[in-house]
Write a protein that binds this ligand. Structure first.
Ligand code: UDP
Length: 321
């Protein structure tokens, strides 16, 4: 099989490149490296079946040229990271909606299958837990930039579903708090690897608010299995799937588990939201997936426990220091 992965130098994109190449496929990767990082692809640089282009997906002619060559497109390029949503809402909408629209159009024109990676963020602050794929989306006001990402991914989902109606073969997957080696550890990254980075740099773990807000953290290997199946399973086409983990974990507990698995006597401090994000932020109190659709159609079953996944992740970051 021949694949295009946009956002190939991103956290999940780079893992996906490695996994698909290991299956014997040929992979074209595009990334503008605005958030992606070539370190994540270093091990593939001389791979005969890997073709990488450093470019924005909006570059005239590039997408079309590559799309013609492949069977399946994984569209992963996006502006991500909560701190970015509140700092750069214009770029979030431009990349996540406008450029994405062009990609769907080309995929439809050339009859290529698309796996569109969306996000659990689309459910917003809906309190009806767990989230089924058909659940309502509940957002705050547009004056809170935090919601621009949810809106952008929702708009892209509508575009994708619109093209599906016109005949596009596509699957939408919604990720729930993915972590693992190669995840962003900066202020723009997810909380799990941010805590690990703080710990390894002898800094206190900054738990926002009182740490009672919850997430379901999902290890990259589990996510990869679901993502690959979404690209190959015929019955998945036309559907939306949550990909995540069942276990609901408060952020304070996450910090404590990271201290436990690391064996380091680190410190936890509580930080007000405003101090980190400014005033344009609003948190999501609970986020839990209903995984029954993915279990039934994609045969998806997350098997890595949080302790196991965090241990592996911590070990990987420690080894790179
Ligand atoms: N968070 C935290 N400390 C940090 C970074 C994030 O307590 O240093 C919290 C954040 O406020 C949120 C949760 O961790 O409640 C998950 O944040 P993340 O940025 O990983 O993504 P989200 O799930 O909100 O999209």
């Amino acid at each position: 099989m021949r694949y295009l992965i946009t956002g190939a130098a991103g956290f999940i994109g780079s893992h996906l490149c490695t996994a698909l190449l290991a299956q014997g496929s040929e992979v074209w990767g595009i990334d503008d490296l605005s958030q992606g990082n070539m370190d994540r692809l270093e091990h593939l640089k001389d791979h005969p079946r890997f073709h990488f282009t450093k470019s924005c997906i909006s570059k005239a002619g590039l997408l079309e040229e590559v799309i013609k060559k492949v069977d399946v497109i994984y569209h992963m390029a996006a502006v991500v990271g909560v701190k970015r949503y509140v700092e750069e809402p214009v770029r979030v909408i431009d990349v996540n909606v406008c450029f994405t629209s062009r990609l769907f159009e080309l995929a439809w024109q050339y009859d290529k299958k698309v796996v569109f990676t969306s996000t659990s963020e689309v459910y917003g602050k809906n309190s009806d837990i767990p989230f089924r794929e058909s659940a309502n989306r509940v957002y705050g006001p547009s004056t809170k930039d935090r919601w621009c990402y949810a809106i952008s991914k929702t708009a892209a989902e509508h575009l994708c579903l619109g093209y599906i109606k016109k005949g596009l073969r596509a699957v939408i997957i919604r990720y729930f708090n993915v972590y693992g080696p190669h995840a962003d550890t900066s202020a723009y990254g997810g909380v799990a690897t941010r805590f690990i980075n703080q710990l390894l740099n002898n800094k206190p773990l900054t738990v926002h608010n009182d740490g009672s807000q919850t997430r379901c953290f999902t290890y990259i290997d589990d996510i990869l299995k679901g993502t690959i199946e979404a690209g190959s399973c015929k019955d998945a086409e036309g559907n939306i799937f949550n990909l995540g983990h069942h276990r609901e974990t408060p952020i304070l507990e996450l910090a404590q588990i990271i201290l436990d698995v690391s064996g380091i006597k680190g410190e936890i401090v509580f930080q007000p939201y405003k101090e980190f994000y400014g005033t344009s932020y609003e948190d999501i109190p609970r986020r839990i997936p209903d995984l029954s659709a993915a279990e039934q159609i994609l045969n998806y079953k997350p098997v890595i426990t949080l302790e196991e996944g965090l241990k592996k992740t911590f070990k990987w970051y420690k080894s790179r220091m």
